[in-house]
Design a binder for this molecule. Structure first.
Ligand code: CU
Length: 357
């Protein structure tokens, strides 16, 4: 099997463990895909980084969907001019987004290139079984583990590292989203984006510092220095802003890694046409919603049409958090709609305004 062909990085016991896992899944799609019985189509997952979303699933039958997650520590900006040692999946925060379909089997390869020697793993909230897969995907530097998980429930799910201490692995950036489409897929929209909120905790430092370090103590006290979208203050500002045109329907796949804060997710100037509350893609969505709650380890899917051109602001409506980075923009281009939004005077911007550019 391919797990054994990896250039000596995988030891024999891991190979045997993988065989055992595959045998235990005998009769399952994973075993079938390995030549026992009717083969399932095998496809490599299209992995995207926020704010990009993998394309909708066109097929209407189950498949074996393969993905590889590598864990590593990487120094990147957390806000302009200030770096932080993030713990990452595939070198980014949040990690890649996976898109699959209910009934698919996820074949996940988990590797570790973290020179610190820390173990890492993946707990997929989309997975049914102990630890969401964490228990069978724990790896240290140079190892690879493979596991097969049948995706029994549709929904938008968070995944995260759950190696001990779990709060440190989440607080440092090891999370992301997996979308499991319902059998018939999701209603078509014009644009889809991946937005992920999280809070970061750093040691006290001088105002002019250019590097910040993690503080477990501030995490335990739930005292964040940053609350951000897509891993960095300002990731959805300026050139990073999301884009749309008037008349289009926009969908946001929104997750919250926490580790501590519940998001009161709101888009200033918009009302959500559809909210798939708690990312439940089975029940009918709620309509005409202003703000929706997204807990740590939870997600939501919101759809809205954009009618009026201009800048729309993504916030956590626990509004002090915009000073900690929880603000982003959606720029909408198009012709004015004076039948919907009109004023006597031109728009004016207040000095220092963080939400109305
Ligand atoms: Cu980890």
């Amino acid at each position: 099997m391919d797990v054994l062909s990896k250039e000596g990085a995988v030891n024999r016991s891991i190979g045997i463990a993988s065989v055992v896992v595959a045998v235990l899944l005998a009769g399952s799609v994973a075993a079938q895909a390995k030549g026992k019985g009717k083969a399932l189509p095998v496809e490599k997952a299209t992995l995207t980084f926020a704010p990009e979303v993998p394309p909708p699933i066109a097929r209407r039958k189950p498949a074996l969907v393969k993905a590889t997650f590598d864990s590593a520590v990487k120094r990147m900006e957390i806000t302009q001019g200030v770096t932080y040692e993030f713990w990452t999946f595939n070198g980014r925060v949040p990690g890649p987004m996976i898109r699959a379909r209910v009934g698919d089997t996820l074949e996940i390869h988990v590797t570790n290139t973290d020179a610190s020697g820390m173990p890492h793993n993946v707990d997929f909230h989309a997975v049914t079984g102990p630890g969401g897969g964490a228990k069978v995907t724990t790896v240290v530097q140079g190892e690879e583990r493979v596991a097969w998980f049948k995706l029994l429930h549709p929904g938008l799910f968070v995944y995260h590292c759950a190696a001990p201490p779990v709060m440190d692995h989440i607080a440092n950036g090891m999370y992301g989203l997996i979308l499991v489409e319902p059998e018939k897929g999701l209603p078509k929209v014009d644009r889809e984006y991946y937005v992920f909120q999280s809070d970061f905790y750093t040691k006290d430092a001088a105002e002019d510092t250019t590097h910040l370090e993690f503080s477990h103590e501030h995490g335990a006290a739930e005292h964040p220095r940053f609350v951000v979208f897509n891993g960095k203050a300002g990731s959805l500002v300026g050139d990073g802003a999301l884009k749309a045109k008037t008349g289009e329907k926009v969908r946001l796949f929104f997750g919250n890694g926490g580790p501590n804060l519940i998001s009161s997710f709101h888009v200033i100037g918009e009302i959500f046409d559809n909210v798939y509350r708690e990312a439940d893609l089975v029940s009918p969505p709620a309509h005409s919603v202003q703000t929706t709650l997204v807990p740590p380890g939870g997600a939501t899917v919101v759809d809205f049409g954009v009618e009026v051109p201009g800048d729309y602001t993504l916030v956590d409506h626990a509004i002090f958090r915009i000073e900690k980075g929880a603000v982003g923009f959606l720029n909408v281009e198009g012709e004015p709609r004076h039948d919907i939004y009109v004023s006597q005077d031109e728009a004016a911007t207040c000095e220092g305004c963080l939400v109305h550019p």
